[in-house]
Ligand binder design. Structure first.
Ligand code: 13P
Length: 257
């Protein structure tokens, strides 16, 4: 059965004491204390200096939350001042990393070649990738959008499908309060799924979780989760408020029971 994921991307927000409080209250919340089916995964991606304290907090409360890095270096070790390798992230508790987020593609000029190297680094250490893709503007023709998505999916070719989560995050919907319409998400996710079938074959492709991200909140999450090819969400700003994230977890679990 395909896993369903709800993952909080804190981006460059929150300090150590705030994250510790957040994780401690979240771990003790009723919604996480109740047993849930194993295919429903909840994850956090804090800034890398706080992975270790998140991990310590989670093991104290025996919480079943996944931890992810927001980025890794494309190099695996050596003279790369200021970078953090996949292996070091894993050592600090990350099961995987977000790769190809539109903020890194645009602000840090990450090219497809760099993303492939990052995926290879994750693969070398048996880590999961949350691979983000999507268009920058709303004015692409259907044909150009399909071509862009195809190119973005094609670089996954050599990455093991069992370690892959894909997040469709149209850049124009990120941090704008303007989520994509369910019909648009449906069209794009169906195209991505079909292309994954071409790449990996039907059986493996159907087991790759495909998430939506971009201005997700408690008002718009449910219709998005109802879409046939969507298996969860990657949440930015709405995850920073613990009560809001707990409301999203409740909607997520109820939608998938
Ligand atoms: P927002 O939910 O703030 O739009 O951010 C989405 C995102 O970029 C998650 O990775």
């Amino acid at each position: 059965m395909v896993h369903q994921h709800l993952i909080a991307n804190f981006k460059m927000n929150l300090l150590d004491s705030e994250i510790r409080n957040y994780v401690s209250q979240l771990s003790q919340s009723d919604v996480l204390k109740k047993p849930r089916p194993v295919h429903l995964k909840i994850g956090l991606a804090p800034s890398s200096p706080y992975l270790l304290s998140c991990q310590a907090q989670l093991s104290k409360t025996s919480s079943t939350l996944d931890l992810y890095a927001q980025n890794i270096s494309q190099a695996t070790q050596g003279a790369h001042t200021g970078e953090v390798s996949a292996q070091q992230m894993r050592d600090c508790g990350a099961q995987g990393s977000i790769i190809g987020h539109s903020e890194r593609r645009s602000l840090h000029h990450e090219t497809p070649e760099i993303l492939v190297q990052k995926m290879e680094a994750l693969n070398q250490f048996k880590m999961r990738a949350i691979y983000c893709l999507g268009e920058e503007t709303t004015d692409l023709s259907d044909q150009n959008l399909d071509q862009l998505l195809k190119e973005q999916v094609d670089i996954l070719r050599d990455f093991p499908s069992t370690q892959l989560i894909i997040a469709y995050e149209p850049k124009w919907a990120i941090g704008t309060g303007r989520e994509a319409e369910p019909q648009h998400i449906h069209r794009v996710s169906t195209y991505i799924r079909q292309h994954l079938v071409n790449l990996y074959g039907q059986e493996r492709a159907l087991n790759i979780p495909l998430l939506y991200g971009g201005s997700v909140n408690a008002k718009n999450l449910s219709p998005i989760l109802d879409l046939e090819n969507i298996n969860g969400a990657l949440v930015g700003s709405a995850s920073l408020d613990l009560d809001h994230f707990i409301a999203l977890i409740e909607l997520f679990i109820n939608a998938n029971l």
